[in-house]
Design a protein around this ligand. Structure first.
Ligand SMILES: [Zn+2]
Length: 608
C-alpha cells in the first residue's frame, strides 16, 4: 500500500512537472509549442486531443510519411494501434486493419556501368540514372548526339535525328529550370499526385536514352536521393484505364502506329540519365557542351543499368468500421476518408529562413490576387536573417516534409471522429467506414486501389466524406480565410440531398462555419487548378458514390518542410472536426441520399 502511495506521489509529481514544463514551453504566435509530449485522449473531439495526435503523426520521426517507405509504415501503425485501443472493427485484409497495396520500388544500384568509347564513367560522380516504372531499353554501342537545350523546342534536333541515338541535352537556363519535366503536376512538388497524368509523346520518344547535363547543380546528398528507390508501380488487377477527370472521355484514341509506339515505350522505356558537364565533355571528345550546335555527333556509349525491383508491403490503406445499430441499415455504410501519406524527405535547408520566405511568398501571392508570381517577383523577397536569428538563435536544419496539414489534419480528425462515434451510447443506424488512404500524393493510388478492391460492397456505401487539409485556412493563408472558413467541394455534384444535408447540419451548429463553394467551379488562383480531381473522394465519385470534400485551402507551407504541427489553427480545426462528425452521424441516421441522375444540381449561391 505504502509503495503505491509513494508511486502515485512520484507520478503526480512527474505529471505536474511535465504539465508545468509543457505550460512553460515556449509557444509561437499561434500559442503552439515546437514539440509536444503525447497525452491520453478523451471521447470528445477537442483541440488538445487533435494536438496531441497531430504532434505525433506529423513528427520528424515519421519522415514525411512517403508512400511505401518507413515513415508511412510507422504512421499507419500508429493509426491501427489507436483503432485497436478504441475497439474499432478491423476491415482490411484478413481481418486486419491494413489493406496492403501491391507496391514495388525500382532503383538503379551502384553496380550500374556506363562507358564512352570504352572508357568508364563513375556512378554518382559523373552520372546517374533515374528509375522509371520498368527496366529501360538496352544501351549497347549507341551513337551519341547533342540534342540542344532542355525545353528549347525551337532549336532542338528533330525526332528523326534523335531516333535510335543517345541524346544529350544541356540544362535549361535557371529561369526555365524544371519546366517541361512532368509538366502535368505543377504545384505538387516531388510527390506529384494531383490530376492530369501521361504527357504527350515527345520528339525524343524513339531515342535510346536522354541524358541531361545538370548533375553539377546537385550535391552528394541530393544525388543519393535521386538514386534512392523511387517511382513505385502499383500493379492493379482489372484497374481502370489511365484517364482521370470528368472531361477525359473526349480524348481521341491515337492511331494504331502511335498506339504501338506507346505500348513499346511502356514495355521498354528509354533510360533517363543526368550527367555532369565534365562527363558530358567526354562524350564529345573533350568539347564543352555549351560550344556544340544541336545535331553534333559524339562517340558511342554502352551502359549496363542494374535495375532492381523491390517489393514493399509498407504501402497500406488503414480500414476500420463502427457497426451501425439498425439491424437492416447496418449493412449500409457512410464512408469517411483522409490520406495517411505525404511527400517524404528532401534536401536539408534552414527551417526558419524557409518559413520566413514561405510566409513572404504567400503574402505576396495574396497581394497579387492569387496570380502566379514571376521569378522576378520571387527574387525581390529578402529574408531578414537577423530577425530570424533573434527569434531562433540556433539554426534548425530541416529535410522532413511533415505534412501536418496535408493530410495529418484529416487523418487525425478521422481518429477523433472514430473515438467520438465509438463512445456514443446509441450508435448511428448505418455503419461508419473509416479509410485512411495511402499513395494519395503519388496519384490517388490508395483510394483507387480501395475502390477497385473494396472490403465492403461499393453499392452499400451511401456517401463518402473526404477530408484533406482542414488545419489552416487563416486570413493570412488565403483570400477569405478566417476562423469560420471551410471549403466544401462536390457536395451537390452527384446528390442534391447530400449537398443540402451538408448545409443543413452546418446551420444546426452552435457556431455555424462559413462554407465556401467556389471550388465547385473553375478557379484561376495559382495552385488551385482542378481541386475536385485532386483528392481521394474522386475515386469514390468515379464509382458512383456521392461525395463531399472538405478543405480549408492551400497556404505558404503547402508541400513544404514547414507544414508543421506548430502552425495549425487548433480551435478552427476542432470546430470543423466536430461539424464533420455531426454530418457523418446525420447521414448515417437519415434517408439514403438520392443520386441526381440526369438532373445535375448546383450549390446555393450564399451559405449562411
Ligand atoms: Zn493532401
Amino acid at each position: 500500500m505504502r509503495i503505491t502511495a509513494i508511486r502515485s506521489c512520484v507520478l503526480l509529481a512527474t505529471g505536474l512537472s511535465a504539465a508545468s514544463a509543457q505550460s512553460r514551453a515556449k509557444v509561437n504566435q499561434y500559442g503552439n509549442p515546437e514539440k509536444l509530449a503525447p497525452s491520453q485522449t478523451a471521447a470528445a473531439i477537442t483541440e488538445q486531443d487533435l494536438q496531441t495526435r497531430l504532434y505525433q503523426f506529423a513528427d520528424d520521426s515519421m519522415l514525411g510519411r512517403q508512400v511505401g517507405r518507413l515513415g508511412n509504415f510507422k504512421g499507419t501503425n500508429y493509426i491501427a494501434s489507436e483503432l485497436k485501443r478504441l475497439g474499432v472493427v478491423p476491415a482490411g485484409d484478413n481481418e486486419s486493419y491494413f489493406q496492403t497495396l501491391p507496391y514495388h520500388f525500382h532503383q538503379f544500384t551502384n553496380h550500374s556501368r556506363l562507358t564512352v568509347n570504352g572508357n568508364p564513367l563513375t556512378w554518382e560522380t559523373d552520372w546517374i540514372a533515374i528509375p522509371g516504372p520498368r527496366a529501360p531499353r538496352p544501351i549497347v554501342n549507341v551513337p551519341i548526339v547533342y540534342g540542344g537545350v532542355e525545353g528549347d523546342t525551337a532549336h532542338q534536333i528533330g525526332a528523326l535525328r534523335a531516333a535510335g541515338n543517345f541524346v544529350v541535352l544541356a540544362a535549361a537556363p535557371p529561369e526555365r529550370a524544371g519546366r517541361g519535366r512532368g509538366a502535368s503536376a505543377p504545384a505538387a512538388g516531388r510527390g506529384g499526385g494531383r490530376g492530369g497524368f501521361g504527357a504527350a509523346p515527345s520528339r525524343f520518344a524513339d531515342a535510346v536514352a536522354v541524358a541531361t547535363v545538370d548533375l553539377d547543380a546537385l550535391n552528394e546528398g541530393a544525388r543519393a536521393t535521386l538514386a534512392a528507390p523511387a517511382v513505385a508501380t502499383l500493379s492493379t488487377a482489372g484497374g481502370r484505364g489511365g484517364g482521370r477527370g470528368r472531361g477525359n472521355a473526349a480524348t481521341p484514341a491515337p492511331d494504331s502506329l502511335t498506339q504501338l509506339r506507346q505500348q513499346l515505350a511502356q514495355l521498354a522505356p528509354q533510360a533517363t540519365l543526368r550527367l555532369t558537364r565534365e562527363a558530358a565533355q567526354k562524350l564529345f571528345g573533350g568539347r564543352r557542351v555549351e560550344t556544340l550546335t544541336p545535331g553534333t555527333a559524339g562517340g558511342t556509349v554502352t551502359a549496363a543499368l542494374d535495375f532492381v525491383d523491390l517489393p514493399s508491403d509498407w504501402a497500406r490503406n488503414v480500414v476500420g468500421i463502427i457497426p451501425g445499430s439498425d439491424p437492416k441499415l447496418r449493412h449500409e455504410y457512410v464512408a469517411i476518408g483522409a490520406h495517411n501519406d505525404h511527400i517524404g524527405v528532401t534536401t536539408p535547408v534552414d527551417h526558419d529562413s524557409l518559413k520566413a520566405f514561405n510566409n513572404a511568398r504567400n503574402a505576396m501571392l495574396i497581394a497579387n490576387n492569387m496570380v502566379a508570381l514571376t521569378p522576378e517577383q520571387l527574387a525581390t523577397i529578402k529574408v531578414n536573417m537577423d530577425s530570424v536569428r533573434r527569434e531562433h538563435p540556433r539554426a534548425r536544419r530541416d529535410s522532413v516534409n511533415n505534412g501536418a496539414d496535408d493530410d495529418g489534419s484529416g487523418s487525425m480528425a478521422l481518429l477523433e471522429i472514430a473515438e467520438a462515434v465509438k463512445n456514443m451510447k446509441v450508435k448511428p443506424k448505418r455503419s461508419v467506414l473509416f479509410v485512411w488512404h495511402t499513395g494519395e500524393e503519388a496519384g490517388l493510388q490508395g483510394s483507387r486501389y480501395f475502390t477497385d478492391n473494396p472490403t465492403v460492397p461499393m453499392d452499400s456505401i451511401v456517401a463518402q466524406v473526404n477530408i484533406d487539409m482542414i488545419g489552416r485556412g487563416r486570413a493570412e493563408d488565403l483570400p477569405g480565410g478566417g476562423p469560420d472558413y471551410l471549403g466544401v467541394v462536390g457536395s451537390f455534384f452527384d446528390s442534391k440531398d447530400l449537398g443540402e444535408e451538408v448545409a443543413a447540419v452546418n446551420k444546426k451548429q452552435q457556431n455555424p462555419l462559413s462554407l465556401d463553394y467556389k471550388y465547385d467551379t473553375t478557379l484561376t488562383w495559382s495552385g488551385y487548378n482542378n481541386i475536385y480531381g485532386r483528392s481521394d473522394h474522386y475515386n469514390y465519385a468515379l464509382h458512383g458514390v456521392p461525395i463531399a470534400f472538405f478543405f480549408t485551402g492551400l497556404h505558404g507551407d503547402y508541400h513544404q518542410r514547414t507544414d508543421e504541427p506548430e502552425f495549425i489553427d487548433y480551435p478552427h480545426y476542432a470546430r470543423i472536426a466536430n461539424y464533420i462528425r455531426d454530418l457523418v452521424v446525420d447521414v448515417a441516421n437519415g434517408p439514403r441520399p438520392r443520386m441526381n441522375g440526369t438532373n445535375p444540381a448546383k450549390p446555393p449561391k450564399v451559405v449562411p
